[in-house]
Design a protein around this ligand. Structure first.
Ligand SMILES: Cc1ncc(COP(=O)(O)O)c(C=O)c1O
Length: 410
C-alpha cells in the first residue's frame, strides 16, 4: 500500500532515505512545553477536581494548545457574525477525501461520507443500523468505555471476547469470538473494532486486520471500526491501516469512524465522519440518525476543515513529543514494584497493570496522592489504570512523582 510521507516525521525520513533531511527544518516548532491553566474553563478533565490539588490525567483530551491554523479558521468563521443552520462545507469534504488518499491510499467517493458531531454517536448509530433489539454485538475488552454501553443502549446483548495480554501485545482470539457468536441464541449484527486500540495503545497489523475482516465476512457481521486515534502513531514504524481499505469485501460491510478531535485537541468542537460504502447500510445509519443526532456545529466544521487540510509537520512534532512522554512514563513507572506499563504504539494513553498492588479502590488511592487516573474497571478490566500523558513535560513529571508516592506508600 502506498502512503505519502506527510504526517509522520520518521516515515518521511525513511521514504527520502536522506539522513540530512529534517522534516521540521522549514517550520516553526510548536511549544508543547507551555503550561496553560485550564481551571475554571468548564473543562470536564480539570473541573472534575475543582477546588482540590488533584492533577487530572484521566479523560482523553490533552493540555496542548490547539494549533494556530485551526484557531484562525474558527476565528475567521466567527468574524462573519452569523452562525445559522449549516450544511457540510464542500471544502471539508474535499479535504477529508484528499487526506484519506494521501495518508492511506484510500479512494473514497463523497457519497460514502456521513457527518456526525463526534465518533461516539457514530458507534451508537452503527449498532442500531446493523441490528435490532434482541440481537447481539461483539467486541473485545478492555475497550474505550462507551463501547460497553452500546448494546444496552440499543436493547441488544453484548458478547465480549477479552483480548489476551501476550507480553504487552494485546491479541484477540478468533476461535473464542466465533464460539460466542455461534453460542448466542439469536443473530449477531456487528463486530466493533477499536484501532488504534484504546486503552492498550496497540496498532493492529495487516495480518490481524485481514483475519478480523474475514471473520466478519464468514459470520456476515457488519464491521464497525473506530479509528479516531489513527494519526497519533507516536514513533511506531507500524502504519495505521484502515481495515475497510484492505479488501472490497470488508468495505462492503464496513462503517469506519474518524474525527480530528483527538489529534488536534478539539473534542469540545466535535466533528466526526462515518465512511459507509454500502448504500443500504448507509441509509439505515442515516435513518437512525435523523431527528436525533444533530449536524456538527458551524465552528466544529470550520475546525475540522482546517484539520483535514493540514499538511504541516504539527502532528509529527506532536507525536515526537508524545513519544518522549511515553518513554518517561515507562522508565519511571516500570521501576516501581508491582507496576507494569504497556508499550504504547499509538494514542497518548498508558495502560498500566497494577494488579500486584491489590488495591480495592485504585482511583481513590491515587487521588489521595493528588493524581486523577482512569480505572481499568471502566474499560472492562479491573486491576489496571490508564494514565493520559498528553500534557507538558513538567506537568507529567509532577504526575509521575505523585504516582510514585502513591505506590511507595503501600
Ligand atoms: C476510541 C475512541 N473513540 C471515540 C472517542 C470519543 O470521540 P468523540 O468525542 O468524537 O465522540 C474517544 C475518546 O477518547 C476514543 O478514545
Amino acid at each position: 500500500m502506498l502512503r505519502w510521507p506527510t504526517l509522520y516525521a520518521h516515515q518521511a525520513l525513511t521514504k527520502t532515505e536522506d539522513r540530512s533531511y529534517d522534516p521540521f527544518m522549514a517550520e516553526e516548532m510548536a511549544d508543547f512545553d507551555r503550561l496553560i491553566d485550564r481551571r475554571d474553563t468548564s473543562s470536564s478533565k480539570w473541573d472534575k477536581y475543582a477546588g482540590t490539588d488533584i492533577l487530572p490525567m484521566w479523560v482523553a483530551d490533552t493540555d496542548f494548545l490547539v494549533p494556530d491554523f485551526i484557531l484562525n479558521a474558527i476565528r475567521a468563521r466567527l468574524d462573519h457574525g452569523i452562525l445559522g443552520y449549516t450544511i457540510t462545507p464542500p471544502a471539508l469534504t474535499e479535504a477529508v477525501l484528499d487526506w484519506l488518499r494521501h495518508q492511506f491510499d484510500w479512494q473514497v467517493p463523497a457519497e460514502w461520507l456521513v457527518w456526525l458531531p463526534g465518533v461516539v454517536p457514530g458507534l451508537n448509530l452503527a449498532t442500531r443500523a446493523s441490528g435490532q433489539p434482541g440481537d447481539a454485538l461483539l467486541l473485545n475488552t478492555p475497550i474505550y468505555y462507551p463501547f460497553l454501553a452500546l448494546a444496552a443502549n440499543a436493547g441488544q446483548t453484548m458478547l465480549d471476547s477479552p483480548l489476551h495480554d501476550s507480553q504487552g501485545r494485546w491479541e484477540f482470539d478468533l476461535d473464542h469470538m466465533g464460539a460466542l457468536v455461534d453460542g448466542f441464541h439469536g443473530r449477531t449484527g456487528v463486530y466493533m473494532l477499536c484501532n488504534p486500540q484504546n486503552p492498550t495503545g496497540r496498532i493492529y497489523i495487516e495480518d490481524e486486520l485481514l483475519a478480523l475482516g474475514q471473520f466478519c465476512c464468514d459470520r456476515d457481521l457488519v464491521l464497525c471500526s473506530d479509528e479516531i486515534h489513527c494519526s497519533l502513531l507516536l514513533d511506531s514504524p507500524q502504519p495505521h491501516i484502515p481495515i475497510a481499505a484492505l479488501d472490497p469485501a470488508f468495505a462492503r460491510r464496513s462503517i469506519t469512524l474518524l474525527a480530528p478531535n483527538k489529534t488536534y485537541n478539539i473534542p469540545g468542537e466535535s466533528c466526526g465522519v462515518a465512511i459507509i460504502p454500502d448504500a443500504g447500510l448507509r441509509q439505515r445509519f442515516i435513518g437512525a440518525r435523523n431527528g436525533l443526532v444533530p449536524h456538527p456545529t458551524v465552528l466544529a466544521l470550520a475546525a475540522a476543515t482546517a484539520a483535514y487540510q493540514d499538511r504541516s509537520t504539527w502532528v509529527a512534532q506532536l507525536n515526537q513529543y508524545l513519544a518522549a512522554n511515553r518513554d518517561l512514563v515507562a522508565q519511571r513507572l516500570n521501576a516501581l514494584p508491582g507496576v507494569r506499563v504497556n508499550q504504547v504504539e499509538a494514542t497518548y494513553l498508558s495502560w498500566i497493570d497494577i494488579r500486584p498492588l491489590a488495591l480495592s479502590a485504585p482511583l481513590a488511592h491515587f487521588e489521595r496522592y493528588g493524581l486523577g487516573l482512569s480505572d481499568g474497571a471502566q474499560f472492562g478490566l479491573p486491576g489496571y489504570v490508564r494514565l493520559n500523558f498528553g500534557c507538558p513535560r513538567a506537568r507529567l513529571i509532577e504526575g509521575l512523582q505523585r504516582f510514585e508516592s502513591a505506590v511507595r506508600a503501600l
